[in-house]
Write a protein that binds this ligand. Structure first.
Ligand code: CP
Length: 315
C-alpha cells in the first residue's frame, strides 16, 4: 500500500495532518483526469451514496457527476431522508452501507459529523463539508486550480506563493481545508478579516499561516492569489455582521483595479455579489484581475473522481 494510502485511509474526513505526498498523489490523479476525462476506467459494480443534510449546488452536483463518470450508481438520500423522522446520521450511514454503498459522501451543519459517520461504518466516508470543521475535496480542488493557474501543476509546489483568504474565515470550513492543502504544498496563506472573523488563533492551522486585519495594507504588497469568502450567516446565530465587513473587507471594483492584472481570484461559492465581491470583479470578461472561479468548479469534478476512485480501490 503506498504511503499516501496509509496516511489517507479509505475515506477522506479532513486534510489536517495529511502529508504533502498524499495531497500531491490526489492532485496528480485529478490532473490526469482533467487532461483526459476518459482516463478513468469504467466501473460497473460500485455505488456511491450521497447524504447531504445541508444545501449544496457545486459539491453535490460534482460528486454525482464524478460517480457517474466512474460508472458508479448513485443513491441520493439528501432530500427527504429519514433523519427528518429522528434517525441519526450514524444509523443513516449504517443503512446505506447495508444497501451495499462502496463510498458514502456526507455533508452536515455539525462539525465532526463526517468523523462520527466514519466511526459507525467500515465503508469509506468522504466529508463533503461538516459545519466549521473541514471541506477536504474543496481544499484539494482549490489547490489544483491554483497550481494550474500559476503553471505549478507539474510538481504541485506552491513555494513562494502568497494566497490571501479574505472574509468570514472563522466560520469557513473551506478556509480551513484550502489553507491546509495550499500550506502543505508550500504556500504562505494570509487569513484576512475583522478580528471576529479572523482571530489570531488561526495561525496554528499550519506552518506559513498569518492573520491580518487590514486588507488595504495587505494589498500594498499584493498576493499572487486571493480567495474571497461569503459571510456564513447560517452559522452566526443572532450575531450581526461586523459593521465594516463590506467597507473594509469586500473585493470591490475599486480595490481590484489597484491590484496587478495577473492576480488570481478564487471563490468557493456560493457567491453574494455586492457583498463580499463586486460582480464586475468576478466575471472574467469584465474583471480587472484574473478570476478562475469556473475553473475551480471544473477541477472539483476531477478531484472528486480521484477521491472516489481511491475509496473504491482501497476496499
Ligand atoms: N463550495 C461549496 O461547497 O459549494 P456548495 O455549497 O454549492 O456545494
Amino acid at each position: 500500500m503506498p504511503t499516501s494510502d496509509r496516511a489517507l485511509g479509505r475515506g477522506l474526513i479532513g486534510l489536517r495532518g495529511l502529508p504533502a505526498l498524499a495531497v500531491r498523489d490526489l492532485l496528480s490523479r485529478a490532473r490526469a483526469i482533467l487532461r483526459s476525462p476518459d482516463a478513468a476506467p469504467p466501473r460497473r459494480s460500485q455505488a456511491v451514496a450521497l447524504a447531504f443534510f445541508e444545501a449544496s449546488t457545486r459539491t453535490r452536483g460534482s460528486f454525482t457527476l464524478a460517480a457517474q463518470r466512474l460508472g458508479a450508481a448513485v443513491i441520493d438520500v439528501s432530500t427527504g431522508s429519514s433523519t427528518s423522522k429522528g434517525e441519526s446520521i450514524a444509523e443513516t450511514v449504517r443503512t446505506l452501507e447495508a444497501m451495499g454503498a462502496d463510498a458514502i459522501v456526507v455533508r452536515s451543519a455539525a462539525s465532526g459529523a463526517a468523523a462520527c459517520a466514519q466511526a459507525a461504518v467500515s465503508t469509506p466516508v468522504i466529508n463533503a463539508g461538516d459545519g466549521r470543521h473541514e471541506h477536504p475535496t474543496q481544499g484539494l480542488l482549490d489547490a489544483l486550480a491554483l497550481c494550474e493557474a500559476l503553471g505549478r501543476d507539474g510538481a504541485f509546489d506552491l513555494t513562494g506563493v502568497r494566497l490571501a483568504i479574505v472574509g468570514d474565515v472563522v466560520s469557513s470550513r473551506v478556509a480551513r481545508s484550502t489553507t491546509l492543502a495550499c500550506a502543505a504544498l508550500g504556500a504562505s496563506v494570509q487569513l484576512v478579516g475583522p478580528p471576529r472573523w479572523a482571530p489570531q488563533a488561526l495561525t496554528t492551522l499550519a506552518q506559513g499561516v498569518s492573520v491580518h486585519h487590514d486588507l488595504d495594507a495587505l494589498f500594498a504588497t499584493p498576493p499572487e492569489a486571493i480567495m474571497m469568502l461569503r459571510a456564513q450567516t447560517e452559522r452566526h446565530g443572532e450575531v450581526p455582521l461586523p459593521a465594516d465587513a463590506r467597507e473594509a473587507f469586500a473585493l470591490t471594483t475599486a480595490r481590484a483595479r489597484a491590484l496587478p492584472r495577473s492576480t488570481i481570484l478564487m471563490h468557493p461559492g456560493p457567491m453574494n455579489p455586492g457583498t463580499e465581491i463586486d460582480l464586475d470583479v468576478a466575471l472574467p470578461e469584465r474583471s480587472p484581475i484574473r478570476p478562475i472561479i469556473r475553473r475551480q468548479v471544473r477541477c472539483g469534478v476531477a478531484v472528486r473522481m480521484a477521491v472516489l476512485e481511491r475509496a473504491f480501490t482501497a476496499r
